[in-house]
Design a protein around this ligand. Structure first.
Ligand SMILES: [Fe+2]
Length: 165
């Protein structure tokens, strides 16, 4: 494989992540608005803030690479958006809706962690060390977010199960 083919794949993957993050930013705002509990809404808004920082990092990488646009669109985030809309419309019990939303955002963070892991490895392989450092910051955030949302889901299930007993 030539270095330019690997570079092309890196740009393709970066474009996917960029589109994903931009749509996730809007989605997290909607999810925060759809939960009753203020402290949970704040959790989603925290992830929205983090997402905006991550969008800024991709734009910084574009600057370093001297590229203005990334063409690739993410189909995965479109599917996840449809899933969230379906959950909000379909689940009446607000405890269950909270758990479903936390779990779906956790899956999203899991996907993002895997995407940034690949992007980091690609940047290292291409010798883009400064870019790899930037990607590593986001990778760590996505891994922490995934773990934290998993903990939130477990807590939510415990509370809902105690109330149902
Ligand atoms: Fe992200």
């Amino acid at each position: 494989m030539s270095k330019s083919a690997l570079h092309e794949f890196f740009l393709h993957s970066l474009g996917d992540a960029y589109d994903f993050e931009k749509k996730l930013d809007i989605l997290l705002g909607k999810v925060a608005n759809s939960v009753k509990r203020g402290s949970l809404a704040d959790e989603f808004l925290f992830h929205q803030k983090e997402t905006r920082k991550q969008i800024g990092r991709i734009e910084k990488i574009m600057e370093i690479l001297e590229i203005r646009t990334l063409e690739k669109k993410s189909r995965t985030i479109d599917i996840m958006i449809r899933e969230i809309v379906r959950l909000i419309a379909g689940i009446q019990d607000h405890h269950v809706l909270e758990i479903a939303l936390i779990s779906t955002i956790q899956k999203i963070e899991h996907y993002e962690a895997a995407s940034y892991d690949t992007l980091y490895v690609l940047a290292m392989g291409l010798g883009y060390e400064k870019i790899a450092d930037i990607l590593h910051l986001t990778l760590e955030e996505e891994r922490n977010a995934e773990r934290y949302l998993g903990e939130l889901a477990r807590r939510g299930v415990r509370i809902a199960a105690a109330q149902a007993a």
